[in-house]
Design a protein around this ligand. Sequence first.
Ligand code: NAP
Ligand code: F7E
Length: 328
Amino acid sequence: MKKAFITGIGGQDGSYLAEYLLDLGYEVYGIIRRNSTPEHQQSRLDPIRNNKNLHVSYGDLNDTSGIERILREVKPDEVYNLAAQSHVRISYEIPQFTVQTNSVGVVNVLEALRNNCPNAKFYQASSSEMFGSSVDEDGFQRESTKMTPVSPYGCAKVFGYNIVRNYRNAYKIHASNGILFNHESPRRGSNFVTNKVVKAAVKIKLGLQDKLELGNMDAYRDWGHSKDYVKAMHLINQQPKPDDWVVSTGVTHSVREMCDYVFSQLDLNYKDYVIQNKKFLRPEELPYLKGDSTKIRKLGWECEYTFESMMDEMIEHWIHIFKNTINK
Ligand code: NAP
Ligand code: F7E
């Protein structure tokens, strides 16, 4: 039975990846941070909570001795480093914590791996935010696109990306980067724009909310589904040679178009409800993302969800939650 270790297992991707690996027959180990309200902390793991092959313990990327101890005891075959302060706008409010976790945290895990399980395959959750303002002439970002990050989050992720390449070359560690474009799901934090819009639109439809305040509606994002993207993470760690791969749908929509789609599905016009609040603008915006994932598609990876089927799933999710609330 293969063993996988996942940092950030309680997050959107970590929880879907854990489910996927358990289904494949893995023994899955993961860390969550200590929180003063433990009730909600593992809610994304509820569907697999009683699986005997799931082992969750406390840990923090900034607590090196804890990471070392777990890797020494578990000796995993595969390591997935998904833990991060993952919110771009919030990275302006807590830049040092973001760098500590998203940059130094990567070195901490790589060092622990090098000392305790040097043959384990390592996956780093790199991000399209690393491209920042760079776009190739054909309108896509790909593995070769220059990285010019425009946020503390993006800058920190570029360090993580580079240190993975450095450890791969210097120590011959099987360490890879997945450069993932935005991916969403019903498990997405509700302060990311897709889930924020869907949650608000459903509440407006049910008479539970009047308005929705957003920041920049003219930014474009290439939105895929987390469930499809965790399969790419696993595929990357099965390759004979470590490398870097873009994972994206190749389709881009503006935040405005996404609002239009969601409100229309609920027979509403977003223009009647959405207002701009400057507090949701960023000091520097990344205006446009569209990824070319030709390289990983050659390995057989493909998306099952479309933008529309993903947004529809999220709408259904929030309708279910709020209808149950109203009926109680
Ligand atoms: P997420 O839902 O925010 O999950 C991140 C997880 O990391 C959370 O469980 C969080 O725990 C944990 N974490 C934060 N700081 C930590 C620390 N110091 N030590 C240990 N755990 C810590 O994010 P996601 O959407 O699943 O994304 C997974 C990874 O992919 C992240 O590295 C993200 O930056 C990257 N990524 C995401 C996307 C995307 O569109 N989703 C795209 C590209 C790359 P708490 O709940 O306690 O904070
Ligand atoms: O913003 C605009 C905002 O916060 C998307 C993370 O997973 O993907 C994610 O980062 C766009 C931006 O995601 C609001 O300005 C407008 O242009 O959902 P988001 P993100 O910043 O693209 C990358 C690839 C990651 O790696 C990150 O971890 O939407 N926007 N109004 C808004 N965004 C938010 N959050 N809230 C608003 O009110």
